[in-house]
Design a protein around this ligand. Structure first.
Ligand SMILES: NC(=O)c1ccc[n+]([C@@H]2O[C@H](COP(=O)([O-])OP(=O)(O)OC[C@H]3O[C@@H](n4cnc5c(N)ncnc54)[C@H](O)[C@@H]3O)[C@@H](O)[C@H]2O)c1
Length: 248
């Protein structure tokens, strides 16, 4: 599934499934702009792509800052060209009992996980409209389908992102642009290891349908398909990558 000649922005590409997605889309031929506030992580991903013979730039950006997103868009244009693939993957997580979710905790979650994708999409969609072709993939979470204790703020942010994606899919359907959702479930990444102990991960694996967590590459493969030229009639869809832990 060749993406030769396309320019892709992957937010949060400095770690976990964002990094795996950068590597996969680069392998498929796209030039990659890795947008991450973790500059070292983004540079590591860019080096991995360069070593494999691909083209990538690491861009330090907080996706929740309109000014930084505008500067990142400008730099990506200058160095790689117009952008027609956007993967809104950057996000934060956290477990806080609902009664302890302060306004500050709530606002920060919504700012990064929901306003961030809005800002990135707003900045990049004019390139897609000019090209008459575009792919947007938004990374939500299985918790929007299953619910999750102590994660009201996180699930609200990801549920908002799912709704946002479907509305985009409707609004731009006649412009050659698709917008789709990938909700990961139990994927072994630094984020999972930061919030869940090794013992708890082992117990979750034991209970899971396949007996093990998913890998970042499993998400990357789904994203790559939705970004492909072949996926032109898949729009507003939710492509669950969960090993059969729930079936919809
Ligand atoms: N790991 C899982 O099991 C799981 C499950 C459901 C959903 N998700 C979602 O998948 C996405 C990727 O998660 P991951 O597990 O690979 O996490 P990760 O922590 O390994 O990677 C997230 C990346 O996003 C970057 N980032 C965070 N906030 C940012 C900001 N404001 N601006 C720029 N960059 C920012 C981080 O620096 C990091 O490089 C997230 O949106 C997460 O909510 C993960």
């Amino acid at each position: 599934m060749s993406l030769k000649g396309k320019v892709a922005v992957i937010t949060g590409g400095g770690s976990g499934m964002g990094r795996a997605t950068c590597l996969q889309l680069a392998k498929d031929g796209a030039a990659i702009a890795i947008w991450d506030w973790n500059e070292n992580g983004a540079k590591e991903t860019a080096d991995m792509i360069a070593k494999a013979g691909g083209r990538a730039i690491a861009v330090k950006v907080d996706v929740a800052s309109a000014a930084q997103v505008a500067a990142a868009t400008q730099r990506t244009h200058a160095e790689l060209g117009p952008i027609t693939i956007l993967v809104n993957n950057a996000g934060i997580s956290g477990m806080v009992p609902f009664l302890e979710v302060t306004e500050e905790i709530w606002d920060r979650m919504i700012l990064i996980n929901l306003k961030g994708p809005y800002l990135c999409t707003k900045a990049i969609i004019p390139d897609m409209l000019a090209a008459g072709w575009g792919r947007i993939v938004n990374i939500t979470s299985s918790s929007t389908q299953l619910g999750s204790k102590k994660m009201t703020h996180y699930v609200a942010s990801k549920g908002g992102l799912a709704g946002f994606t479907k509305a985009l899919a409707s609004e731009f359907a006649r412009s050659g642009i698709t917008a789709n959702i990938v909700p990961p479930n139990f994927i072994d990444t630094p984020m999972l290891r930061e919030h869940v102990s090794k013992e708890a991960i082992d117990a979750m694996a034991e209970k899971s349908t396949m007996g093990h967590p998913g890998a970042p590459e499993d998400i990357a493969a789904a994203v790559a398909y939705l970004c492909s030229v072949a996926a032109k009639h898949i729009n507003g869809h939710t492509l669950s990558v969960n090993g059969g832990n729930y079936m919809n």
